[in-house]
Unconditional design. Structure first.
Length: 440
């Protein structure tokens, strides 16, 4: 019964009166599924299968799996890792809380989370409207695979929502986007979008509702919580800002409880489960340090954006925190940290000048090759939200799936450089940038 007493004590604490910064450190240390209230750091559980006391318990476990009605108010039964296990459950509870969602289901990677969210919301014959600028592999998912499944994707510049209503048909099931978008940092007004969708949904029946899905990887829940703006589902690559250290891959879908069972079934059958040790690492290192890391990175990104925008060799800088940036007002409205401060994120997109687009592209490449060989504080590598500042050239690297003639249509400047700020002393990054800009 000592366990019970401890549970009672923990249950007495009203978590809601503490700030999110504190909450992500303490987490939900007692859940219906796993009591680890005597641990200061959550235990690593690594067991692919679970002992069942009786056939009846085994049968009960299978009945409860992905069955919201059957599992409510019942003792939780673990069966097999791919169906659910303690480390993932702990992480999922905390991710749902931090994103203000009703539930979260983790995945092996960001791409498997995106595939799952869209996989449960669509079927052959349906249509998805997407923002024109997206993560490269998401574009590849739509172009290479959804075409084979007869799921149509229509890409549109959603930074201007006035043309959206015209594109919606009876078959539209999902509006899918990133804000800030990868890599050009386009910002979509989430409140305006969700108001528009709500209006449309009033005239559609329950089975034919349009759902919004937002990839919130760039912002992280520290800078923006789309569900608070009325968005239905948030997906993340946990590999980036939430993981934070570049050690583990992961993904998550966060959203409405009534979809949890279907998403769990999808994960069970398609099989992209998050490794238990990765779930533990993200829970132990990534999530509790999210605010600390983001604050530092935002501060540095703001200084670097201000430096670059006034540099004579720079054509433009897209950073949501820059007053000159065309989406500044929308960003200011919706990119808000746990404490209500403007939180424009840790990524910038900028381009070097050139007399022609080809020259601008060439300059961008030479600039990055210089950095790859000479800069201590910037690493030529894809990914983001790392301890180290990472720099890359989307047109030749992450977005090489986009043919050169389609880059502009996809909102990507051929000479554009993506900079993902890390945890270095900002003065050192500025020093390296200054040397690199002088040297070519
Ligand atoms: C990295 C990334 C993904 C894919 O995540 P993986 O964990 O690499 O599968 C999706 N969207 C965005 C915006 C990303 O940066």
């Amino acid at each position: 019964m000592s366990e019970k007493i401890n549970n009672d004590k923990n249950n007495k604490i009203d978590e809601s009166k503490y700030s999110m910064d504190t909450h992500i450190i303490y987490g939900k240390n007692v859940s219906d599924k796993w009591d680890y209230s005597h641990h200061v750091t959550a235990p690593i559980s690594s067991s692919t299968t679970f002992r069942l006391d009786s056939v009846e318990r085994g049968a009960q476990g299978f009945i409860q799996f992905a069955n919201l009605e059957a599992s409510e108010d019942k003792e939780h039964i673990f069966i097999y890792d791919r169906l659910g296990e303690p480390n993932k459950d702990m992480l999922e509870e905390n991710l749902a809380y931090v994103e203000k969602g009703e539930m979260a289901v983790s995945f092996a990677s960001g791409m498997s989370a995106i595939s799952a969210a869209l996989g449960v919301l669509t079927k052959s014959g349906d249509e998805i409207i997407t923002h024109n600028t997206l993560y490269g592999c998401t574009i590849s998912l739509f172009n290479n695979w959804y075409t084979r499944y007869n799921i149509k994707t229509i890409s549109l510049d959603l930074t201007d929502l006035s043309r959206l209503a015209d594109k919606i048909t009876e078959n539209t099931k999902v509006i899918y986007l990133e804000t800030p978008a990868n890599p050009n940092m386009g910002i979509i007004d989430l409140k305006e979008l969700t108001n528009l969708i709500s209006e449309l949904n009033k005239t559609r029946n329950e089975e034919n509702q349009i759902y919004s899905v937002v990839d919130n990887t760039f912002a992280t829940p520290f800078c923006q919580r789309p569900i608070e703006q009325g968005v239905d589902f948030v997906v993340h690559s946990l590999t980036k800002g939430i993981g934070g250290f570049g050690t583990d891959m992961g993904g998550v879908v966060i959203g409405k409880k009534k979809f949890r069972d279907r998403i769990l079934l999808f994960r069970k059958d398609f099989g992209a489960v998050l490794n238990t040790k990765s779930a533990w690492a993200i829970l132990t290192y990534g999530l509790p340090t999210l605010g600390l890391r983001q604050r530092h990175q935002i501060q540095s990104a703001t200084r670097i954006a201000e430096y670059l925008v006034s540099h004579p060799k720079i054509e433009f800088v897209n950073y949501p925190g820059l007053k000159e940036y065309k989406h500044y007002e929308v960003a200011k409205k919706q990119m808000i940290d746990f404490n209500g401060n403007f939180a424009p994120g840790s990524l910038l997109f900028f381009a070097l000048k050139g007399s022609t687009p080809a020259e601008a592209k060439e300059n961008g490449k030479r600039f990055m090759d210089y950095i790859a060989n000479n800069s201590y504080t910037m690493t030529l590598a894809v990914s983001l939200g790392h301890t180290r500042t990472l720099i890359e050239h989307p047109a030749s690297m992450t977005h090489s799936v986009v043919p050169p003639e389609k880059l502009i249509e996809r909102g990507i400047d051929a000479g554009g450089v993506r900079l993902a700020i890390g945890l270095e002393n900002c003065d050192d990054i500025l020093m390296d940038l200054e040397i690199a800009l002088k040297s070519f």
